[in-house]
Design a binder for this molecule. Sequence first.
Ligand SMILES: [Zn+2]
Length: 323
Amino acid sequence: MKQHLFSELVAAIDLLSPGQRHWLLEQLQHPQNIPDIIEHLEQRLRADLQCPHCNHAHIYRWGTVKSLQRYRCRSCLKTFTALTHSPLSHLRKREVWLTYAQSMLHSETLRLAAYRCDIHLTTSFRWRHRFLQLADCLNARKLAGIVESDQTLFRESFKGQRTIQGRAPRKRGKDHPKDARWISVLVARDRKADEADFVLSNFTLKKVEEHLLPRLSNDIVLCTDGHLTFEVFTAKHNIEHRVLNASVGERVKESVFHIQGVNSYHQRLKGWISRFHGVATKYLSHYLGWFRWFEQHRSENHQPADFMEDLISTDTIQHLAQT
Ligand SMILES: [Zn+2]
C-alpha cells in the first residue's frame, strides 16, 4: 500500500464506531484471506533476512506483490518474497491451500481434492507432488540397536503416462499378473520406531549397500527373513544377523529378535496406499513419504497448517540438501 493511502487509513481509524473498531481488530488478528502458512513463511524470512538467490544479507523492502512483502537484494539486485524458492512458489489460489492440505490429511484422491478445492485435476496433481517433495525426505538418518528390515513388492505402474517405452499401454485390468514387473521397497526400522524406506528397482547387494548401509549405526543387530541379499550384505560388512524363517513358523528368536515391526509397517502401508488404486512407480517415493509423515504423527491431532509447516520446515530442507 502506498504511504499516502496508509496515512489516510490511519486517520480514518478515529472515525470508527466501537463496533467497527472491534470488527477491524478481529480481522487483523484472524485474517480470513491470507493462510497462516504465508504468515509463517514471512515471519521466518523476517527472522533471518537474506537473499535466497545469493545469500547476501543486505536487503531492503521493495513494494508488495499479491499482498506479500517483496524485498530486493543490494548485491544481485534480484527481488524475492517469502515464497521464493519454497515448495509453494508459483502456486496460485492460495486461499485454498489449507483446504488442500486438509484433504491430504484425509488421504483423499487427486480427484476428490480437486473437487473440494474447485481446482483442475492437473492443478491438483501439481500441488500434490509439490507438497510431497519434502515429505519424501523425512527418512531416518540413523538406525540403532535391533534393526528389522524386509522388502515388500509393488507392481510396476506407468499410471498417467501416455507413452510407455517398450510396450503398448494396457487397459486397466486387462494385463496378466505374470507379465508384471515388481518394484522392491526396502523398509528398515529400529525399536525406537525410527524408520527409513527406499524404492529399489532391484533388491541387490549394491542397492542395499547404497541405501541402507549409510544409515546403520556401528553395533546393530539386523533381523531379516534371510533373503540371500541380506546374507551376503551382513557377511561382507560384519553385521550381526538374525534370520527369522517364517516358512517354518519362526516368529521370535531369543525373545527379542523378530521382524514383526517392519511387517506390520508393510501391512499398514499397503492398506493405506490401496485407496489410490495403484500409484505410478515414478511417484512411489512421494507416497512412501506421505505415509511416513502419518506414521511419525500417529498420536497427534494435526491441523492442515501444521501439515504444511512440516512440509516446508527448515529442517526438512536441510535434510533434503544432505540426502
Ligand atoms: Zn542477492
